[in-house]
Design a protein around this ligand. Structure first.
Ligand code: GCU
Length: 604
């Protein structure tokens, strides 16, 4: 095979540059940014020919060099400039028919000019890339990121040139047994740069991160911290909420860190009044603004208390599937549409399943007054005893908390969905729940558990929630499919839900498939009448559970799944939506709407 080394390749071998670990930049929308969204050149590389040589050794002159032939005799077997294009943000699966089922590597390349500024640092910021991304800049490897649903950034200060900077990203969405999620999911494995990419400018020493929420259990004290990043770590940092007359300042330590505790008289955020305040955090060298809501969320026995008052979480589960066009949702419009339908259903709560959704969703939930269940994709049966799997799950959880910890809307962090009870699994999830509490003491921890029939005296009419993980959760989530995977719709009439815990329950999934517009008798599967029938029996059963404090039926809108192959009905869609992908409301939508009107009255 051919030995071919460019000067740059030689340089990179002789003076290898240490890859960075990804940085976490929060509240990017408040920063001076340059969007790199739009058309990117893309090379589809199923054999990773751009990364490995024919001996499967990492190649030194792969596609990441974004090279050009030196002269007419020079051999180069790729060329970004004549390759096709893909839109960013966006999954590749719905952009090209040939990539609909594609799982593998795609190389993305974007060029841009850049004037470097004095005393200014520059970061390359990715909202998300599914699943593994390796990022190169002007031929140099910056670093890599694993996990398809959380942001990451790499610093490129001092690495830019005035003209023709080249960003090359190798994105690989192949599934792996040890990954998170693992190889089987009931959602489409959309690959690509699925969320926005931008250049983020910050001062040399900048406000890297901050946590500004009400102190646990208090409605009149803000507690949190600020963290500076840069050469001048010891500074005075002020926190101001002009509208509420709050103004305080703290001194950061040698690590640029300072805790803060500030008395404040605030209007509390709630679904009825989603009050957001402009909060300004400023040091001598930097200042950043953020719209933040302040509320308390806690449990008391089987109650969930929002600002000290018992609430019922009238919710719906949502996948990050784009309404109308399908594919991975990412935009503010997608968020407004999906959350708008949830509001029409009568919701004050949404379960964003099964992974952290894009930031537009949670910020829109802040504005609309929707409480949020945010989940880490520990889904079904992952490798509980694999330490890398744990580190991966823990990192995705930490990244989502880092991004969303100042969102009033987020009230629940979920560490798992439908995982099989077992010692290794329970130990894994207890540790993950512990990590949540270390990172955020202000919110509740939950998981979507499975129940089991206790097979006791009630001869199968009692489902028991006694999963040992329940002991480490503040709120129990439970998925059940009475009337769909488990019996016929009326089975719910005879079912009791018992638990060994004195904790609030959210029925985090229930429902049935129906193809919008398909009608028939209430026992004919796939019809709207069957789905409606399931919901009618469900709400009867739900009203009989004394410690039920929330519901998030599965699911707001039909979504793509590779596991759903029934022709003319599913066609690779899970049809459990209460609305179709075009927003057509199925009959069951109105059963839930009615149930929520009653719940709203009950909890007024
Ligand atoms: C499961 C799972 C969902 C899935 C749903 C279904 O409970 O959590 O991800 O889509 O059931 O089967 O429709």
């Amino acid at each position: 095979m051919r030995p071919h080394l460019t000067v740059l390749a030689v340089l990179l071998i002789c003076v290898p540059v240490e890859a960075q670990s990804p940085s976490r930049i929060v509240n990017v929308e408040a920063r001076r940014t340059t969007s790199l969204n739009g058309k990117w050149r893309a090379i589809v590389d199923p054999y990773e020919n751009g990364y490995y040589d024919f001996r499967l050794q990492p190649s030194t002159d792969g596609y990441f060099l974004d090279a050009k032939p030196k002269d007419k005799s020079d051999l180069l077997e790729y060329d970004f400039d004549t390759s096709g294009q893909l839109d960013v943000p966006g999954d590749w699966n719905t952009q090209r028919e040939s990539l609909f089922f594609y799982e593998g590597t795609v190389w993305y390349r974007k060029t841009f000019d850049c004037q470097s500024k004095p005393a200014t640092r520059l970061f390359l910021y990715f909202g998300a890339a599914n699943y593994e991304a390796i990022v190169y800049f002007n031929g140099e490897k910056l670093g890599s990121h694993t996990g398809g649903y959380t942001p990451f950034a790499f610093e490129i200060t001092g690495k830019t040139r005035e003209k023709g900077n080249s960003v090359v990203v190798k994105v690989d969405n192949r599934r792996h047994r040890e990954a998170v999620p693992t190889v089987n999911t009931d959602w489409w494995n959309y690959g690509g740069l699925t969320r926005g990419v931008s250049l983020v400018e910050v001062p040399e020493t900048f406000v890297e991160d901050y946590f500004v929420q009400l102190k646990k259990g208090s409605t009149d004290t803000i507690a949190g911290w600020v963290k500076l990043n840069g050469p001048r770590l010891r500074q005075r940092v002020s926190i101001r909420i002009p509208e509420a007359g709050v103004s305080a300042s703290v001194s950061t330590d040698a690590n640029g860190y300072a805790a803060l505790s500030v008395p404040a008289k605030l209007t509390l955020w709630s679904p009825e009044n989603p009050k957001l305040y402009v909060v300004v955090i400023a040091s001598d060298t930097d200042s950043v603004r953020e719209r933040i809501g302040f509320r308390t969320i806690e449990t008391k026995g089987t109650d969930i208390l929002l600002n000290g008052k018992s609430v019922f979480l009238r919710g719906v589960s949502i996948h990050e599937e784009a309404p109308f066009r399908t594919g991975r949702a990412y935009s503010p419009e997608d968020a407004r549409t999906l959350l708008g339908w949830a509001k029409e259903l009568g919701c004050n709560f949404v379960r964003l399943a099964h992974y952290p959704h894009n930031e537009n969703m949670v910020r829109e939930a802040d504005r609309l007054g929707l409480m949020v269940w945010s989940e880490t994709p520990v889904y079904w049966t992952i490798l509980w005893e694999n330490p890398e799997t744990f580190a991966n799950a823990a990192n995705q959880l930490a990244e989502s908390i880092a991004r969303d910890k100042n969102r009033a809307s987020i009230v629940l962090w979920s560490v798992a969905n439908e995982t099989p009870v077992g010692d290794a699994r329970t130990a894994f999830l207890k540790k993950l729940a512990g990590q949540v509490r270390t990172l955020d003491q202000t919110r509740l921890v939950t998981a979507a558990l499975l129940h089991h029939n206790d097979g006791g005296a009630a001869q199968g009419n009692t489902d028991l929630l006694d999963d040992p993980l329940g002991a480490d959760l503040d709120v129990l989530g439970c998925n059940e499919y009475l009337g769909w995977y488990d019996g016929l719709p009326d089975k719910a009439d005879h079912m009791d839900y018992k638990t060994i815990y004195t904790k609030p329950l959210i029925m985090s999934e229930f429902g049935a498939d129906a193809l919008y517009g398909l009608h028939g008798d209430p026992l004919a599967r796939w019809t709207e009448e069957y789905q409606e029938n399931v919901y009618r029996h469900q709400v009867g059963m739900l009203n009989r559970i004394p410690y039920l404090r929330g519901t998030s039926p599965w699911v707001l809108m039909d979504f793509r799944s590779p596991r759903r192959t029934l022709p003319d009905i599913q066609d690779f869609f899970n049809r459990k939506g209460l609305v179709s992908v075009r927003g057509d409301k199925k009959k069951a939508f109105y059963v839930m709407q009615e149930f929520y009107q009653a719940k709203q009255k009950e909890y007024q």
